[in-house]
Design a protein around this ligand. Structure first.
Ligand code: HEC
Length: 107
């Protein structure tokens, strides 16, 4: 039992490591999305929704809906079709951790 604190600490730290890996993979994948949604998910064009700072669950839900076709949009159905469930989690982790800017797009 004297090792219990060590076991708890190690499992906590490995949880952080897993979350970090997901974030990093999401960041790599977001390069494809940045053309429209902005480098950090803060799009400056009102045609493209801001993803930065959005709830992670909402992002996962939206991407799964585009992938399944229950949410229809010609552009996003195409992009989501190529994402695995893990890609969707990773991208959603990345964008949800970005700071959403509260500015009104000019165009
Ligand atoms: C060519 C431009 C373009 C690219 C590239 C693109 N998107 Fe989109 N995205 C859009 C448009 C347009 C919408 C709004 C569609 C709609 O009305 O449902 C959208 C909507 C979304 C939404 C829903 C947001 C909301 O508020 O409901 C998410 C999530 C999303 N995109 C994620 C991504 C991810 C992740 C990628 C990269 C894999 C990506 N997009 C690549 C144009 C793009």
């Amino acid at each position: 039992m004297k090792y219990l604190p060590i076991i708890i600490l190690t499992s906590l730290l490995s949880n952080f490591a897993i979350a970090d890996e997901s974030f990093n993979r999401g960041k790599e994948q977001s390069v494809t999305c940045s053309a429209c949604h902005g480098a950090d998910g803060n799009s400056n064009n009102k045609m493209y929704p801001r993803l930065a700072g959005q709830y992670k669950n909402y992002l996962i839900h939206s991407l799964k809906a585009y992938k399944s076709g229950s949410r229809q949009n010609a552009i996003m159905n195409g992009f989501a079709a190529g994402l695995s469930d893990q890609d969707i989690i990773d991208l959603s982790t990345y964008y949800s951790k970005q700071k959403g800017l509260n500015i009104i797009p000019k165009n």
